[in-house]
Structures are given as C-alpha cells and as structure tokens.
Design a protein around this ligand. Structure first.
Ligand SMILES: Cc1ncc(COP(=O)(O)O)c(C=O)c1O
Length: 405
C-alpha cells in the first residue's frame, strides 16, 4: 500500500491540479468505492427499507441491516442492534442527552463531567441536561498540551458523578484522551460513559467492547463515508430502558388513538425513513479503512505530521498547540502565526489552493482556556503526501511577509 495507490481511488486527487486538502478533521474526501456503494443502493435496491413486502424492498432492508452488521463488527459491538444509525455525531450526542434521564436518574447535587476541550456538540447538550435536571457541569482541565493527569481525573470524577462524556480525540489538539482510564474511573462510581469518537474512528482502531463504554458516537463523513449518516453505539440494556428520541413511522410496535408501544432497538431510535444509501456508503467506508489498515493510516499520517511540525517550528512566529510529539496529533496541527489573524492565514493558503480551517473549531471554551480567540487547523489523512506538506510549508513561510511583517 502506498499513498499514490490510495490517491488513485479519489476523483479529486486524480484531477490535473488537485488542491492540497488539509481539512480532513472537518470532513474527509470519499473514495470511488464508497460513492459507488451508495450509488448502487439507489440504482439497484432502492425501495423504502423495513416497510415493503416485495423483493426489492426486502433487498433494501437486507442491505441496510447488512450495513449495520458491518459497522458493528468495525467498532467491536457485541450485537448489531446496539448500532443506531443517525445523521452524525451531533445527533448521537443529542439523542443520549435527551433520552438518558428516562433510564438513569440525574438530579440536583449530581455531576455531569466533560472536559474543557469538548466540541460544542459534546457540550451544549450536557449544558441543557444540567439546566433541566439541576445537576452541575464539571470540567476536566487538561494541561496546555492536552494531557489529562490522573490527579485531575481523581479530582473531577467523584461519588457525585452520574455521567461522563468526553472526546476520544480532541479536534483542536489532536490528542487522544485516556478514555480507558476515564471509563473505568466513571464505572467505579456507577456513572454512565459517553465517548465522542468523531475524530478517532478514521485514525485508530476503536473497539467499544474493549473500551467498555456505554455510548460511542461518530460521523460517517469524517471517515470517508457520505454526509448525513452517523452512528450511536449504545449498550443494549441502557438503550432498551431509554425512551425513544423521535416519534413517528418505523419506530412503533402498535399504535392506538391515544397511545403507542415502541419497536425493539435499534428501530426504536430510527424514526422515519432511514438513510439506507448513506448506510451502504458507511459500510463500504468501514471495509475500505479495514483493507487499507490502521498501520498504514497511522504511518502515513505520522510521516506527514512529523515533517510539517519539524518544518513549521523553523518558521519564525509559528506556534503549534498540543503535544510536541507528532504521533500524538492524529494528523491535526492547530497553530497561529504571530501578528496574523487565522482567517488571513487561511485566505493566503487558499490562494495557493491549500485547504485548512481557521476559527474557533466549535470549541470556544477551549479557545478561552488557551487564551486565544481562534487558530488555524491543518488536518491530514492517509492520502496526503510529503509534497503537499512542502507546498504548505512554502506558503506558511511567506505569510508574515505577505501581511507586511
Ligand atoms: C470532536 C468532535 N465532536 C463532534 C463533532 C461534530 O460532528 P458532526 O458535525 O459530524 O456532527 C466534531 C466535528 O467536527 C468533532 O470534531
């Protein structure tokens, strides 16, 4: 496997003058294999899944349920019914925060624990739950390299903790949180554990059974799959106790004028017509990533990240956030250039057809904690090359001069 063979799988990279796509944390590009799988669903199996009794509809249902099995095996879920298809990570986290109180008592005096570096999608839902229940929101504070100490965990996860929700990998620092330790600390006090895996699943093996978390959320579009399909993994016994999130077609067992009983999981949480084409694409993405292999993915990400960090450190005025160790970045390099607004940096990079993200990265409390308003984020994936990294470095070297410094 080489980066050049992988690049051939992507239309964008086969084009004559492809951009340097360094915004993979926002969303990845999609290989032909994934696009074809989604397209093939609509071309040859399109009917409303889970409804019709004719062959075509049964084929649509089979494809949808096969996709669930593929995803379950990709993340090590014990039972496919623990995999709920949603739109994205945001929906997964809203689902848990809206429905968890029907299964677990959360009340005044209890604590809900997050880290200060959460994406807004893993913060706002808990803010609302804490307002509703009277529970306090407690923040784990990593050091400035993104590292969470054992002492901090002991201080913040206590007998009062009812729920802990943390990112597996930070979307700003790129650092992996010690989720195994966090989950076991939470379990030792009987708290529910939720992991936001949005920035992890494309970059590292995830095995929810080994992690022993209660919930694990991720988005297809950040792992080569189409937009509009995501996953909530949930522990069976909890999902069974929880009330449904949305009500309507497909999630019922029996309905009278006044009342309804609900379908079994996972369908209880999948109201309305499902995104079967997206699910087919997501299953294909799981197969594509498995075939590519996490060893290759990690090696290539590390090769490019290491080069970038080494060269960026030589450029006067560049400050990189997070760990000094490239392999602890999962391809994410957040940085600022002295005196230069991140939006100006991104615009100058764009003139050289280099795509990066600039702003607060949906992590405003983290920006406040770090004492910055915003930053630039370059995020690489398995298909990015050292040549692209060199183009990026050449451009970053010129930024201060272009802006008159
Ligand atoms: C850590 C993290 N959590 C949650 C999200 C939200 O993902 P989505 O917009 O796909 O729901 C993102 C997206 O950038 C993220 O990086």
């Amino acid at each position: 496997m080489t980066v050049h063979t992988i690049r051939r799988d992507f239309e964008l990279f086969r084009s004559e003058d492809p951009p340097v796509y360094f915004d993979n944390s926002a969303t990845t590009q999609k290989p032909d294999y994934v696009i074809r799988a989604a397209e093939d669903f609509y071309k040859s199996s399109n009917a409303n899944p889970l409804r019709g009794l004719y062959d075509l509809a049964m084929d649509a249902t089979d494809r949808y349920e096969d996709a669930r099995k593929t995803v379950a095996s990709f993340i090590g879920a014990g039972d496919p019914s623990e995999v709920i298809f949603v739109r994205n990570t945001t929906e997964s986290l809203n689902l848990v925060s809206e429905c968890i109180a029907s299964a677990v008592e959360i009340k005044e005096g209890d604590n809900i624990v997050v880290t200060v570096s959460e994406h807004h999608s893993n913060l706002l839902p808990w803010q609302r739950l804490s307002r509703r229940t009277g529970a306090s929101l407690v923040f784990i504070e990593p050091d400035m390299t993104g590292l969470i100490s054992d002492g901090e965990l002991e201080k913040k996860i206590t007998e009062k903790t009812r729920l802990v929700s943390v990112a597996h990998v930070s979307n700003v620092w790129g650092r992996e949180n010690p989720v195994k330790k966090i989950i076991s600390a939470a379990k030792s006090v009987g708290a529910v554990t939720v992991i936001d895996g949005a920035q992890a699943v494309a970059h590292t093996e995830v095995d929810v059974s080994m992690l022993d978390c209660d919930f694990y959320a991720f988005s297809g579009h950040k792992m080569l799959a189409p937009m509009g399909i995501g996953v909530l993994y949930g522990r069976k016994d909890l999902l069974e106790k929880m009330d449904p999130y949305m009500l309507g077609g497909e999630m019922i067992e029996y309905v009278t004028r006044e009342d309804a009983t609900y379908a079994e999981i996972p369908h209880k949480f999948e109201a309305g017509t499902v995104n079967a084409g997206g699910a087919a694409g997501l299953a294909a993405a799981c197969r594509y990533i498995s075939k590519t292999g996490f060893n290759y993915i990690r090696d290539q990400e590390n090769r490019v990240t290491e080069f970038l960090m080494k060269e960026m450190r030589r450029i006067p005025g560049v400050e990189i956030y997070g760990s000094k160790e490239p392999s602890e970045h999962h391809g994410i390099i957040s940085f600022n250039i002295k005196d230069c607004h991140p939006h100006d940096v991104a615009s100058i990079l764009n003139e050289d057809h280099i795509c990066v993200r600039a702003g607060h990265h949906c992590a405003q409390p983290l920006m406040q904690y770090m004492g910055i308003g915003s930053c630039v984020r370059a995020s690489v994936y398995a298909y990015n090359t050292l040549n692209e990294a060199q183009r990026f470095i050449n451009c970053v070297s010129r930024v201060r001069k272009v802006l008159g410094y």
